[in-house]
Write a protein that binds this ligand. Structure first.
Ligand code: FAD
Ligand code: NAI
Length: 490
């Protein structure tokens, strides 16, 4: 037993050290160039975004085959599955980000990064209009492409409900988590300055989360954990007065999960004092309270001290611009693509992946964006192999060679397969060291819940991390919280 522990620890340490060394000492990259050694022009591949889709593509692609340029206003990848853990300090924000520069530097070919927002795409001229977001140079320019990958994600929808902007906080980006953390701390301190039983104190200590999808549920769970496990020690009286309300318009939360798991989560919320209000739709938001309809009837207003809004996705401005100018883009929920992830109306040069697309049949998740990014990397690698063969064929006068090359091209083209999504299941943290997992393997599905599912959730997310550095930092954060509690000071 002791020997086994020793050897497995040694193997683990060697594995981690080797990968850490490789991550921090990237090998030399092949520089960008106008053409390959055989004269074939090197194509410009422009990737918009640094999220799940874009980074999965970048990591998997042989970047020496194209002149790759990444355009995104966000200079880092964000590991969103653990974002709900950050506002209350279960996980530090630095632990779930990874600079795009270091990801790009670890690929075989040189990659250019432009810290800018894409404003418009001209599929005919094959250009993207970009606006720099770096403070020193705030200018607009055109970036030319041969192939473009649109992976710009989505934004949180408000359904144009009045008052959401200006009063509610969102949970999509790292700044959102920072804003929630600051508001949380400020509101608690503000509340403590009022005497007990003061209605203002009660209002300030009411935290409302709107949207019972996984974002709302995971954040409400983290918030209640913070109240029960940390605040209860340092502000015992005040913590008893705090309430977390989760509001969902439909009869159930977490509608993507199996019914048994939904019931389990709802029961746990009842036990953990999370006030779940289903069949309740928010109709308008005022600075200190929200108006709701309960089963279609007007319900009493709910005062709040902090409001977090998580009611799903809608397209960002760039996607809307593209939908407006490409006639084939008839769906207003997202960009339409074919089964090879090519954008309808610009199939020869534009791909779209991830949350910016109108998915049919599956939810807009990291899992989908990741698989799409990896599929596209394989496709682009294969496309270049075909172009190389076509180039050789064009420059050859030997008839036998030409017919051999033609055969090879036909074979490779036939192998350009469609994107085939493999759903592995869904996971969600629901508080008090419990999680739910709806796992899919082939045609079978398995449901896990409770403590075991929580351990599974932790291991799955560690495995999903894109770097060893992130894995180590996240594991350290969990250990730190276990022994020292959460540090949610601003
Ligand atoms: P994103 O990852 O959102 O990336 C979009 C990128 O585009 C960003 O880099 C952004 O800066 C950039 N961008 C935006 N506008 C422009 C522009 N105009 N020009 C250029 N670039 C632009 N999914 C799961 O599968 N499991 C989970 O546990 C999970 N947890 C989640 C938790 C939270 C809190 C949230 C918000 C989402 C979660 N998701 C989860 C969903 C998952 O994060 C998304 O489905 C995934 O991020 C989609 O990837 P994407 O590349 O399409 O978009
Ligand atoms: P969502 O679309 O999954 O859920 C939003 C919820 O808000 C819905 O249940 C909807 O009925 C409710 N809602 C809408 N309007 C409302 C109103 N006015 N009042 C009250 N309730 C209202 O959105 P979410 O959670 O932001 O997730 C976005 C995407 O990211 C989803 O596809 C989700 O699958 C994915 N995600 C996955 C996670 C995971 O797998 N653990 C974690 C977080 C997000």
């Amino acid at each position: 037993g002791l020997k086994l522990t020793f050897y497995s620890t040694l193997a683990g340490t060697l594995y981690v050290s080797y990968h850490l060394y490789r991550e921090s000492n990237p090998p030399k990259q092949i520089p960008q160039s106008t053409a390959f050694a055989n004269g074939l022009k090197k194509k410009e591949l422009v990737i918009l975004g640094t999220g799940w889709g874009a980074i999965s593509l970048l990591k998997k692609l042989d970047t020496s085959l194209y002149n790759v340029t990444v355009v995104s206003p966000r200079s880092f990848f964000l590991f969103t599955p653990l974002l709900p853990s950050t506002p209350v300090g279960t996980i530090e924000m630095k632990s779930i980000v990874e600079p795009v520069r270091s990801i790009a530097r670890r690929t075989p070919g040189e990659v250019h990064y432009i810290e800018a927002e894409a404003l418009d795409i001209d599929p005919k001229a094959r250009t993207v209009l970009v606006q720099s977001v770096s403070e020193s140079e705030f200018f607009v320019s055109n970036v030319k492409y041969d192939y473009l990958v649109v992976s710009v994600g989505a934004k949180t929808t408000t359904f144009n409900i009045p008052g959401v902007y200006g009063n509610a906080l969102f949970l999509k980006e790292i700044e959102d988590a920072q804003n929630i953390r600051m508001k949380l701390m400020k509101t608690i301190e503000q509340a403590s300055s009022f005497p007990r039983n003061d209605p203002e104190r009660k209002r300030l200590l009411t935290f409302v989360v709107v949207g019972g999808g996984p974002t709302g549920v995971e954040f409400a769970a983290e918030l209640q954990d913070y109240v029960d496990q940390d605040l209860s020690k340092w502000m015992p009286d005040l913590s008893k007065e705090m309430s977390v309300i989760l509001i969902e318009a439909l009869p159930n939360i977490l509608n993507m999960f199996d019914k048994t798991l939904i019931k389990y989560a709802e029961d746990l919320f009842a036990r953990d004092r999370i006030d779940l209000q289903v069949n309740t739709a928010v109709k308008s938001v005022e600075p200190t309270y929200i108006h709701t309809l309960q089963s279609g009837q007007k319900a009493s207003d709910i005062p709040y001290g902090m409001l977090v809004w998580a009611t799903g996705n809608e397209p960002i401005e760039l996607s809307k611009v593209l939908m407006g100018k490409v006639p084939e883009q008839t769906n207003k929920r997202g960009l339409l693509i074919n089964d090879k992830l090519e954008l309808l109306g610009a199939e020869d040069s534009v791909y779209a992946i991830g949350d910016c697309t109108a998915h049919t049949g599956f939810f807009p998740t990291a899992q989908v964006a990741h698989q799409e990014g990896e599929y596209l990397a394989r496709t682009l690698d294969k496309k270049l192999e075909i172009e190389q063969l076509e180039w050789d064929m064009l420059n050859s006068t030997d008839e036998t060679k030409v017919s051999r090359l033609q055969g090879e091209i036909n074979l490779k083209k036939s192998k350009l397969d469609k994107f085939n999504y493999k759903h592995m299941g869904a996971l969600a943290y629901i508080g008090s060291e419990t999680a739910i997992a709806d796992l899919h393997m082939g045609d079978s599905s398995y449901q896990l819940k409770g403590m075991f599912a929580f351990l599974f959730w932790k291991s799955a997310y560690l495995a999903m991390c894109l770097s060893i550095r992130n894995r180590i930092l996240i594991a350290m954060d969990w250990t730190k919280v276990y022994f020292l509690g959460r540090d949610s000071s601003v």
